[in-house]
Design a protein around this ligand. Structure first.
Ligand code: ATP
Ligand code: MG
Length: 354
């Protein structure tokens, strides 16, 4: 199975839409904004100096409001869109410079795409839809069907191999889309708002299916969403786009803890912090506590607070990956971090006494 081994390195990537795109790169490099480019030259700035390393075998989420450039970015990775300037390095090659033949091979062998609108052939069965990519690659019918059946089962659709798309619910159709991408056995999976059309419960279900598969497959997944909960649940790394620029990237935890500006702060304000932040980031290093509770550093604050509350203690020791002692946390610190930082001014309680 194709486990991912190469990062995708995006360097100084620019995309300008319009007839004289290349001519305007220099102005954008020198600070021309999206609005100015539109007003003065009637060109659209799609991506503005994107630098992003998408780690092999991890889920990279790209988030941002409508029009921020998410689809434009993901479509550069299999070059459905050509860059105006910049590089996309993968396994020693610049995707932006691949010849027609190289690009065709790269798309077929190494990337798979899952779309928001499932993009299934309506007159083909689930099995036929799933084997499509393999037929194109010349894999024998028998092998293609064997592989497809395995993935159809893995996404929970066993028994529906001979059904047609219109006989399936939206969630089931999206499972077919996922099975088709997995059957291709590509190491890069590009998912543009793949779950956004689904009902909330089915959406959460699909996230679980993906996480479950990924724990074993370790593909490089680029997942686009405008939903913060989905981003935090799936993303091992998250990049936030605005007006074609990456304004912050890091782990979900880093972004929730230290939003770079007010725009991101407003995004993360209502997040359940105890569900995202782990004790690792708030522990006191070194100190050993007298307590029966010991937790791994990756324990989330809510879980840690629950463990201490259940044991009726106010401290816990924290252990590292190999079980060695790395520090301690207090219950009050956990709770304090779970309550979002308050922007109201602190009031001296003494001054309130009439
Ligand atoms: N072919 C095109 N020609 C001109 N402008 C384009 C083209 N494709 C995208 N754009 C513009 O580039 C910007 C980014 O669009 P993009 O589709 O990447 O946004 P998005 O973040 O995926 O939005 P959504 O959440 O709505 O899908 C927008 O301003 C859009 O109008
Ligand atoms: Mg889009």
């Amino acid at each position: 199975m194709a486990e991912a081994t190469h990062d995708i390195e995006i360097r100084n990537l620019y995309k300008i839409f319009g007839p004289n795109a290349a001519k305007h790169v220099e102005s954008v490099r020198n600070g021309m904004t999206k609005e100015e480019l539109k007003a003065q030259h009637n060109h659209v700035l799609g991506l503005d100096d994107i630098n992003l390393t998408i780690p092999a075998g991890k889920i990279q989420v790209v988030m941002g409001l409508s029009g921020s450039g998410k689809s434009t970015l993901i479509r550069h990775i299999n070059r459905l869109i050509d860059p105006t300037a910049g590089e996309l390095l993968f396994d020693g090659q610049d995707i932006a410079k691949m010849s027609e033949t190289e690009l065709r091979e790269f798309r077929r062998q190494r990337t798979g795409m899952v779309f928001q609108k499932f993009a299934l052939f309506p007159h083909w069965t689930v099995l036929e839809n799933t084997t499509y990519g393999l037929h194109v690659r010349g894999v024998s019918r028998r092998e293609a069907e064997e592989r497809a059946r395995r993935w159809i089962t893995r996404v929970g659709l066993e028994g529906f191999e001979e059904s047609y798309p219109n006989q399936l619910s939206g969630g089931m159709q999206q499972r077919v889309g996922l099975a088709r991408a997995l059957t291709n056995d590509a190491e890069i999976l590009l998912m543009d708002e793949a779950f956004s059309a689904l009902d909330p419960l089915i959406r959460t279900d699909m996230q679980s299916v993906l996480l479950d598969l990924q724990s074993e497959l370790k593909k490089t997944i680029v997942f686009i969403t405008h939903d913060l909960d989905e981003a935090l649940r799936l993303g091992e790394r998250i990049a936030i786009l605005r007006d074609g620029k990456i304004i912050q990237q890091g782990t979900g935890e880093q972004i929730v803890l230290r939003p770079k500006d007010d725009y991101i702060a407003s995004f993360v304000r209502d997040v359940r912090r105890g569900h995202v932040i782990s004790v690792r980031t708030i522990m006191r290093k070194g100190a050993h506590a007298e307590t029966p509770v010991t937790l791994p550093a990756s324990t989330l604050l809510e879980e840690a607070a629950r463990a201490m509350t259940n044991a009726e203690v106010s401290r816990a020791n924290i252990t590292g990956r190999d079980g060695q002692h790395v520090g301690m946390v207090t219950l009050s610190k956990c709770v304090a971090e779970m309550i979002a930082p308050d922007d109201t001014e602190e009031v001296d309680p003494e001054s309130q006494v009439a």
